[in-house]
Design a protein around this ligand. Sequence first.
Ligand SMILES: C[S@@+](CC[C@H](N)C(=O)[O-])C[C@H]1O[C@@H](n2cnc3c(N)ncnc32)[C@H](O)[C@@H]1O
Length: 184
Amino acid sequence: MIYIIEHLEPELFPWCIIEYRHITKILGKANVLFTNIRRKKDCDRLRGFARAVKESFTTLDLKRVCVLDPAASKVLSSSDVKEFDTIVLGGILGDYPMKARTKQEIPSGYERRHLGKEQMPTDNASYVARDILAGKKMSDFTFKDGITVELGENEATDLPFRYVMIDGKPLMSGQLVELLKKGF
Ligand SMILES: C[S@@+](CC[C@H](N)C(=O)[O-])C[C@H]1O[C@@H](n2cnc3c(N)ncnc32)[C@H](O)[C@@H]1O
C-alpha cells in the first residue's frame, strides 16, 4: 500500500514539516509520498527525510485510489486492503468547527472512506488507517476527543481533535509540543 499526503495548505508551515516527518516515521519512508509541494525549496526541504513531488496526486497515473475523508459515507475496513493500492490523506491543518476541506479540495471521482466522523490530525489518521488495513478494527483503538497540552507552569492549550491513545498518551510528535510551547 502506498500512502499519499496531498499538501493542501498555502505554505509548508513549520507544523507541516514536523507532522510530515512524524508520518514518515509512522509509515516508513518507502511507503509514503508527499504530493502537491509546489515550491522547489519546499520539495528539497522534505526530501531531506521523505519522498516528495511538486505534482498533485490527481495528475499521477494511479488506479485503485481511496481518499480518507471524514465526510465519506463508508468506514475504512480491513477488507479494503484488497480494493485499493493507494490511500490519500489531506495535508490539512485541523480546523474547528470542521470546514470539510477534504471533501471540497480533493476532486470527486475517487472512492472515499472515513475513520469515524471526528477529525484526527493527519499523522493520527495515517496511523489508524495503516493498522486498519493490517487487520485491526476501529473498536480496537482507544480514542480521546480533545486533549490539553501543558506548555509551561501555568499554561496549556486545548486541541479539539480526536487522538489515538497509545500507552495512555495521545499520539503526538514531541517536536510539535515544542513548537506549541514556542507559540506555534
Ligand atoms: C486534520 S484532517 C483535516 C480535516 C479537515 N478539517 C476537513 O475538514 O476535512 C487531515 C486529514 O486527515 C484525514 N482524516 C482525519 N480524520 C479523519 C477521519 N475521521 N476520517 C477520514 N480521514 C480523516 C483526512 O485525509 C484529512 O484530509
